[in-house]
Design a protein around this ligand. Structure first.
Ligand code: FES
Length: 165
């Protein structure tokens, strides 16, 4: 078998991989960086990125939309997720969600105007035995009844620290 040197392989790769493909290769890590810096993906940043890496803006949105972790709007300081998986649903998740929506004046998927809360639902957070479950940033609160619900809301309104998302 012929002995192929790494430099020769790299030359072949360089020829095969176009500049456009190289630009696409930096897209995801760059989107992560933009989101880390801003908490979301501002439209102006995405437009700038499009020009810099010569990838159409529509394509950038298409790629970013595919991944759930990218957000196009500012996020709240507290990311509140109400689990609506089967176990939680059976144990009253819809009441918990309604109470949260009423308290913060937003629907699931929305953020309060003061950026205090982003309210979301989630399929299952993996602790069904504690249903119904709510997460606030990194904190998991199980067996959420009226008393715990009041406690969660009070803690958020009083600005108590929760692990950031
Ligand atoms: S269904 Fe809610 S934790 Fe599994």
């Amino acid at each position: 078998m012929e002995d192929i040197k790494i430099d020769e392989i790299m030359d072949v790769v360089k020829d095969v991989v176009s500049d456009k493909e190289k630009c696409k290769g930096v897209l995801i890590p760059t989107l992560h960086r933009i989101q880390t810096e801003n908490g979301y993906l501002p439209a102006a940043e995405l437009e700038g990125l499009s020009g810099k890496i010569s990838v159409p803006l529509a394509e950038i949105y298409s790629v970013a939309s595919f991944y759930r972790q990218f957000h196009f709007n500012p996020r709240g300081k507290n990311i509140v997720r109400v689990c609506t998986g089967t176990a939680c649903h059976v144990r009253g998740a819809s009441k918990v969600l309604s109470a949260m929506e009423e308290e913060f004046g937003v629907k699931s998927g929305e953020t309060t105007g003061d950026l205090k809360v982003t309210l979301e639902t989630v399929g299952c957070v993996g602790c069904c035995g504690l249903a119904p479950v709510v997460t606030v940033n990194e904190d998991v609160v199980g067996t959420v009844g009226p008393k715990k619900l009041k406690g969660i809301i009070k803690a958020i309104n009083e600005g108590e620290d929760h692990g950031q998302n």
